[in-house]
Design a protein around this ligand. Structure first.
Ligand code: ZN
Length: 147
């Protein structure tokens, strides 16, 4: 894992933990509101003011609960998207020997740059190897969403 990948995943984790905490507080308040509504209604169902108050509390509770669940769902989806968006960086290594021209592709390592000559010799002709390309790997097929 490269440094950039670990940094972004830490940031994602921090955001989701913070968001989850808020969502849980809102959900708890929503449940309290619904409980109050039920309590007020149960105390005197014939009193019109009580019915109105309980209806009001129930509405607040339901709206808040729906919003918190929706936020949680959205954040989960966003986290999943962010994970997919981290592209794999690949390095292409080619043998400098024109008659050999062996080509290998491996994951990017720290200190890789184009035209860098490598210490490890070519496996075929034991000639010098050079980095000819550093690029992001694009995988469109991996963009699937967990619903
Ligand atoms: Zn070679």
């Amino acid at each position: 894992m490269t440094q950039t990948q670990s940094q972004s995943s830490v940031a994602t984790k921090r955001i989701s933990t913070y968001l989850t905490l808020i969502v849980l507080i809102v959900a708890a308040l929503a449940i309290i509101a619904i409980v109050i509504a039920a309590g007020v209604y149960a105390s005197d169902p014939n009193n019109s003011t009580n019915v109105l108050t309980s209806g009001f509390f129930a509405l607040i509770g339901l709206v808040a609960l729906t919003m918190s669940l929706f936020t949680l769902y959205q954040s989960r989806r966003q986290t999943a998207e962010m994970k997919i968006e981290i592209p794999k960086v690949m390095t292409t290594i080619q043998c400098t020997n024109k008659s050999c021209d062996a080509k290998t592709v491996r994951e990017f390592q720290r200190g890789d740059y184009v035209f860098k000559e490598l210490d490890t010799p070519c496996q075929k002709c034991s000639g010098r190897q050079m980095i000819t390309a550093v690029y992001k790997e694009v995988k469109e097929k991996e963009k699937t969403y967990n619903v």
